[in-house]
Each structure stands twice: as C-alpha cells, then as structure tokens.
Design a binder for this molecule. Sequence first.
Ligand code: FAD
Ligand code: NAD
Length: 453
Amino acid sequence: MKQFDSIIVGSGQAGTPLVFSMASKGQKVAFIEKEHLGGTCLNIGCTPTKTYVASARRMWDISQSESLGVDFSGSFKSNMPKIKARKDALIAKSVKGITSGVENHKNITYYKGEAHFINNTTVSINGEEITAPTIAINVGGRPFVPSEYKEIPHLTNQSILELTELPKHLVIVGGSYIGLEFGQIFKRFGSEVTIIERGDCIIKREDQEVSDSIHTFLKEEGINFVFNAKKITPSYQDDEVTLTINDTTTVKGSHLLLAIGRVPNTDTLQLENTTIQTSSRGFIEVDDYCRTNVEGVFAMGDCNGKGAFTHTAYNDFQIVEDYIFGSKSRKVSDRIMTYGLFVDPPLGRCGMTKTEAKEKGINVLEGRREMSRIARAKEKGETHGFMSILVDGDTQKIIGACVLGTGGDEIVTSVLNVMYAGKTYDLIKDSVVLHPTVSELIPTSLEKLKPVE
Ligand SMILES: Cc1cc2nc3c(=O)[nH]c(=O)nc-3n(C[C@H](O)[C@H](O)[C@H](O)COP(=O)(O)OP(=O)(O)OC[C@H]3O[C@@H](n4cnc5c(N)ncnc54)[C@H](O)[C@@H]3O)c2cc1C
Ligand SMILES: NC(=O)c1ccc[n+]([C@@H]2O[C@H](COP(=O)([O-])OP(=O)(O)OC[C@H]3O[C@@H](n4cnc5c(N)ncnc54)[C@H](O)[C@@H]3O)[C@@H](O)[C@H]2O)c1
C-alpha cells in the first residue's frame, strides 16, 4: 500500500491551499478530487456567478441610461453564448494554474476520482488503497434536490451555468442566496423570473427590514414572488414546468431552478468504515481546530457545518495549517461571521443581526442611515438600502453591521476590521473619511446611536 505523509480529499477552498502548503514544507501529499480542481467556488459557485452578476449589471446600466441623462437609441440584448464564454475563460485560466501547480510539484500525487474510506487511516481511490497519518477532508456540498423534483427537468446552480439560451420564464424555488442572485441575473439578462419561497419572506436569516428592502427593489425590477408555498407539486408537459402551490395556484415556466439549500458530500465518503462522527444532517463534527474525533483526521469547509462560504473554508485551511505547522493559536471560534449577498445593490454583513443581538439579551444601540440620505448614493442614482451599525451599549463595542446599498459588499469590511481590533465604536466615530463616499456616513451614523426596541 502506498504511504503518504498526508491525504487531502477534495479540492475545495481549504484543501487546495493545504496541499500546496504541505508539499512546500516537504510532505509527500496525495491529493484527490472527483470532479473539478478548484472546487465549487471557482467552477460552479462564486466565480461564475459573480461573472454573470457583472454582465447583468452592464445590461442594467444600459437600461437605466436615460435616467442618468444619456440618450440611448440602439437596441441591446444579452448574448448567452458570449456571457458563458467569458465565464468559462476566466475559470479555465485559474483551473489551469492550479492544475500545473499540482502536476509539477514533486511532492504532490494527484488522483482524479472519488475517495472512499477503508478505515480511519486508509482511503481507496480508483481501486488503489493509500494511507497516511494525516487526512484532511474538504468535500464541500451539492444542491439539495427533494424526491418530488427528481423526475422533473430542473436546473441547479451547476447546470444553469451551462445554458446557452436565455430561459423565457425562469421559475426559481428558494428565495435565498442562490435564488436571489440568479433571479436578478436572469431578469436583467431578459428572462421573466418568478421566485417561489416556502417562508413568508426572502433571505429569512437577515433582519426583516433587510429582507423587505431587497424584496422591494427586486420587485421593482419586475421579479415575481410567491411566498408561503408550503406545498409545491411539480409537473412537466410540452416543454413547460408547472408548479402547483398549496393545491390552489399554479406557476408555469420554461425552466425550473432549484435553490433550496445544499447538503454535505460526506455521504459519498463511506465514513461508515471509520469512527469519524457526523451530525444528523451529515456534517462532520469538528472542534475549534477543525479536528474530527479521530486523531490525525481534519474536516474543513462546508462539510464541517461551521461555515458555508469560501472565506470560512479558507480560514479552516489557515486554522489546520497553523495547527499542524504553527503555534496552534488560530481557532474557528475567533472568526467573526461575515458574508455578502451579491444582488445589486449588494448586501454586506458582519457580526450579529438585530434579532440575534436582542435574543442574546444585549443592550443594542444602532447607528443608521438610509442610502436615500447619502450624497454619493444619490449622485450615483442608487438609493436603495441603508447602513446599520450595532453597538453593545454596555461595552461600547460594535457587534454587527449591515450595509445594504451601493458598495455595501466592500464597505462592511471597514466595520469588521474594528470588530477584529476589539476597539470601542468611538474609534471610527471620530475618524475623518473622504468625501464623497458612502463610507463617510459611517462616523456620522455613529454620532447618534438609538436603542433598538
Ligand atoms: C452558486 C453559488 C454561489 C456562491 N457564491 C459565493 C460567494 O459569492 N461567496 C462565498 O463566500 N461563497 C459562495 N458560495 C459558497 C462557496 O462556493 C462554498 O462555501 C465554498 O466553495 C466551500 O468550499 P469547500 O472548501 O467546502 O469545498 P468545495 O469548494 O465545495 O469543494 C469540494 C470538492 O470536493 C470534491 N469531492 C466531493 N466528494 C469527494 C470525494 N468523495 N472524493 C474526491 N473529491 C470529492 C468536489 O468535487 C469538490 O470539488 C457559493 C456557492 C454556490 C453554490
Ligand atoms: N453570496 C454568497 O456568499 C452565496 C451565494 C450563493 C450561494 N451561497 C451558499 O450556498 C448555500 C446554498 O444557498 P441556497 O440559496 O440554495 O440555500 P439556503 O439554505 O440559503 O436557502 C434555501 C431557501 O429555500 C427555501 N426553501 C427550502 N426548501 C424549500 C421548498 N421545498 N420550497 C420552497 N422553498 C424552500 C428556504 O426557506 C430558504 O429561503 C448557502 O449556504 C450559501 O452559503 C453563498
């Protein structure tokens, strides 16, 4: 049996940098990937969707030219083959970089195929058994497809990115990250779009006002919404999908996108041959250092359930690298949650929501400003949304922020940095920020904090 120093299963956002780190330190590493080098983010997640967001934004800019005083008399339309080709080229370049890095490193043995565990220290790959004292699992997740949709032609976040023709009417089940981002993208490309959500609002994990504000501007763009779809019965006939909702109303469309969450790929690993523990939802259980209950076995990224983003997966890599080669000082619990929702205008979030803070019994104070009262947002003609910064009234520290509006995905990090610094909010209340920017209203909004009821 071939013996390695380490085996990495899955080429996600944690596994890939860990392979290079281990190999550069002289370890002999086996690297196993069943599908795409670079994983979900690069091939079928962040990179392609944000490439499409950019094309969609260009469509939007042209459509809004009149309101900014630019006469535009020509016609314009999205060109799906070109939009897709741009995305494919961008991905191919990065994948090529990873591939050559992997293939040309003398310490890395690359296996293309699906890994299965034989026991706690042995993995089978393409019929060959390999072993190592250290194994890192980074297998990510896949779209959840309920049984009633299995026989109905449907798209997932992966197959929708292969379309070369614009859907006439894209019906999306699920009103969260994937549903909202693709919904706005395809609406701007020129499709009719209907989003069907089981709950009573979109992006439920945010505060109600965030959800309402996003709903308002997406509705203004012409996206249709159906809420409280407790029972959806799908059928398909004559190239048309029909969703019967709560046995009463029907929505018909040319294409169906399922965007109702993702499940961890841990069921493909044959973990039943090991003593590695998983939760009832299939996540591999890990401690603060991404260690499983089995000595030498780590789980990183979406499959450990501690995060569901590229930056959280990458941070898991940093934690494991520090545990194996460094001072063992980095921990999952040191991470402050931050993420974006890349609708346009985007949502940038960090720390707690108001609801979470109130549930914890914190004496919450809020500094807030509507985008419609921010000069730069008005100058850009992009006044949807607001910024809100939450302060713990007892410690004077910032505990969360939401910047929904133009540049919100970038701006929120300036607040996050203060949270990491562990300083009180007056550090930025008294800062002088360049004009005219949306950021200049961060100090202003902190001048008059109000209690959150
Ligand atoms: C449409 C979409 C858009 C997204 N946009 C964003 C965004 O804007 N920002 C953000 O932060 N996050 C975004 N995400 C989430 C982000 O992509 C994931 O959180 C991130 O990719 C998680 O990476 P990971 O390291 O857990 O593994 P992944 O990147 O999922 O990689 C896991 C790899 O393991 C492989 N694998 C699985 N099982 C096996 C096996 N048994 N043997 C061998 N290989 C195996 C898979 O083929 C895959 O390549 C998005 C996700 C989707 C679906
Ligand atoms: N901007 C980003 O960072 C980004 C973008 C895309 C995806 N992602 C990642 O992808 C993951 C999956 O995203 P997602 O949007 O698919 O899932 P999600 O888990 O975030 O949301 C699923 C939505 O579907 C609804 N739903 C669930 N079952 C339903 C049903 N049977 N009928 C109707 N509605 C139903 C839920 O109420 C919820 O609103 C997320 O965890 C996220 O981290 C991140």
